[in-house]
Write a protein that binds this ligand. Structure first.
Ligand code: ATP
Length: 237
């Protein structure tokens, strides 16, 4: 059972410089699974992920977790579109979240080795992380996020600019993370990926949740003309 979920947003809003980037958004996310966040460029996907994760300030409304906010912050992780690599080895990068949580170095490195193996980086432990390929860096970022066993993992376009093979490998890691009981909330431009991974869909348009629900229903029978148009690849604003 997750300590964090359900995550409930009520009229959650993000404004910057007098402009509303997101909201008001109402949503409820519960249990393990993959939520895919889709919508055109500039719809507010990144902004909504940041708001939910707490890296962007709420300008209005509420975001509530099932546990106190400090606990919630510790049990979630975020993977960026372009992962940040510390100028250290692969194994040191993966061990980093454990080290800052006070886990002794030897134990942290041993757990990082296991985590590296789970994402296919076992042979690269001592490589310089900033020199890895894009796909390898993204796998490292996933191992580094998963090493704290987060209940909730946010991912912002984790496969942007990766080729088919790297994407397939990353998707396998995400599917495993779901199978181990996590909730993933992932933004993507790739409707193939959204269909392959999504259990639930959030469809954002101009910062508002235009449609949402189980992925099977959304993709088989989109309820609005704009959702239909978006899925057909038409330009929707
Ligand atoms: N800190 C900020 N201050 C002002 N405007 C911002 C800020 N961050 C994002 N925006 C604007 O908010 C809108 C939503 O941006 P956001 O990156 O959340 O959309 P997105 O759906 O993730 O887009 P994309 O698919 O292109 O990545 C855009 O118009 C963007 O320019």
């Amino acid at each position: 059972m997750s300590r964090l979920l359900p995550l409930v947003a009520k009229a959650a809003t993000s404004r910057r410089g007098g402009r509303t980037l997101v909201g008001p958004v109402d949503l409820r996310i519960d249990g393990p699974g993959i939520t895919v966040l889709i919508g055109p460029n500039g719809a507010g996907k990144t902004s909504l992920l940041n708001l939910l994760h707490g890296t962007a300030r709420l300008s209005g409304g509420r975001i509530d977790w099932a546990c106190p906010i400090d606990e919630a912050r510790h049990a979630q992780a975020f993977v960026f579109q372009r992962p940040v690599m510390l100028r250290r080895s692969v194994v040191d990068n993966i061990a980093y979240p454990l080290r800052i949580r006070g886990v002794p170095r030897r134990e942290a490195l041993s757990r990082a080795e296991t985590a590296a193996a789970q994402v296919g980086l076992a042979g690269m432990l001592n490589r310089d992380a900033p020199r890895l390929s894009g796909g390898e860096q993204q796998k490292l970022a996933l191992a580094r996020a998963l090493i704290i066993a987060p209940d909730v993992l946010f991912l912002d376009e984790p496969c942007a600019s990766l080729d088919g093979r790297a994407m397939r490998e990353i998707e396998q890691i995400l599917i495993q993370a779901r199978a181990s009981g996590r909730r993933l909330i992932l933004s993507t431009h790739d409707m193939g990926q959204a269909r392959r991974l999504g259990d639930d869909v959030l469809f954002l348009l101009r910062g508002r949740l235009h449609d949402s629900g189980p992925a099977a229903e959304f993709f088989a029978r989109p309820r609005t003309s704009r959702a239909r148009a978006f899925l057909q690849g038409d330009i929707v604003e």
